[in-house]
Write a protein that binds this ligand. Structure first.
Ligand code: PSU
Ligand code: MN
Length: 306
């Protein structure tokens, strides 16, 4: 354990006693949803994990400490402060810690800190990826690099089509990341269950997913596994409706010259505003569903001695 890591009592107890633990990110709270739904969702997600037999470990940087397991108050603080908190990717970790600052962990830094703590599974909404137009902007999320190097399984609902999903899959293939569809042969597109892009492997149960993670672990393979779990049918959105909203958001981002780390949060907020909150509802439901599958998988993995 390194000197900057603070693991909560509950999570430390679970880790020391070989109980299943599921990591959660904090950028989804601060930058992914508005207050108070963000903090409420974060607490609901923790409850779902508990109900499914695992211990939740929400990860964030607070006052320069790498926190694994937050209190309700800390979750509320991240929800309230929102985008005033620095979005922390890999490049930001050392400066934020050295300066004693706060940071909201993205998929990248949540994977890094989960790995430092010995946590193998992480549930979230969507990952970052290759942005549309990346052939000129070079905007490719650090999440893809992290998936290629840090051995943590990420359960998500695919990626939003604010990204170029085809290029995202190509990039993951080049980097050797195993992409699995949970009860699907297609990469889910976050708000919708299908994208038209095939995934290479499908699993139909948490046991099956755990078996792949176990094997990956025993083989000591570098990098993570991406499990993509489609939004439940009853909450999935109309494809044309959401794609039109995404197109408008992309156009506005271009007009305003939005760049770099602001791009993803800007697009998330625009899509939410355009759809008048229906996308937020879908977003909440899919995160809860990912938390369920991740916990059930953590429980299976645990039974296999991992
Ligand atoms: N996509 C979402 N919701 C999110 C994010 C992405 O649908 O909250 C957040 C995650 O924290 C992800 C990050 O790791 O944005 C990616 O940002 P960027 O594209 O700047 O790498
Ligand atoms: Mn980017």
């Amino acid at each position: 354990m390194n000197q900057f890591l603070d693991i909560s009592k509950e999570v430390l107890h679970a880790l020391n006693n070989g109980l299943p633990v599921v990591a959660l990110e904090s950028t989804i709270i601060s930058h992914g949803m508005p207050y108070p739904q963000n903090a409420q969702t974060a607490l609901m997600v923790e409850n779902v994990i508990r109900e499914n037999g695992a211990v939740p470990a929400t990860i964030a940087i607070i006052g320069g400490r790498l926190k694994v397991g937050l209190t309700k108050e800390e979750i509320d603080y991240f929800g309230k402060k929102g985008t005033q908190i620095a979005k922390a990717s890999r490049r930001d970790l050392a400066p934020l810690v050295a300066k004693g600052l706060d940071g909201a962990t993205t998929v990248t830094t949540t994977m890094m800190i989960a790995h430092m703590a010995g946590i193998k599974i992480f549930a979230t909404g969507g990952i970052g990826g290759v942005h549309r137009g990346a052939e000129t902007t070079m905007d490719i999320s650090a999440d893809l690099e992290e998936l290629s190097s840090t051995p943590v399984t990420v359960v998500c609902a695919g990626a939003k089509s604010i990204l170029d999903l085809g290029l995202t899959l190509e990039y993951l293939e080049t980097k050797g990341v195993t992409v699995i569809g949970y009860n699907t042969k297609e990469l889910p597109a976050f708000y919708t269950r299908k994208s038209g892009f095939k995934v290479d492997y499908t699993v139909e149960s948490p046991e099956e997913l755990a078996k792949i993670i176990y094997t990956h672990d025993v083989l000591n393979l570098k990098g993570g596994i991406l499990c993509t779990n489609p939004i439940p049918e009853e909450y999935s959105m109309d494809e044309n409706y959401i794609n039109n909203a995404i197109e408008s958001a992309l156009m506005k981002a271009k007009e305003l010259g939005i760049k770099g780390k602001e791009t993803t949060p800007f697009l998330l907020k625009e899509v939410k505003d355009i759809t008048g909150g229906t996308s937020l509802e879908a977003n909440i439901k899919l995160v809860l569903n990912n938390a369920k599958i991740a916990s059930q998988t953590a429980v299976c993995l645990n039974k296999m001695g991992k």
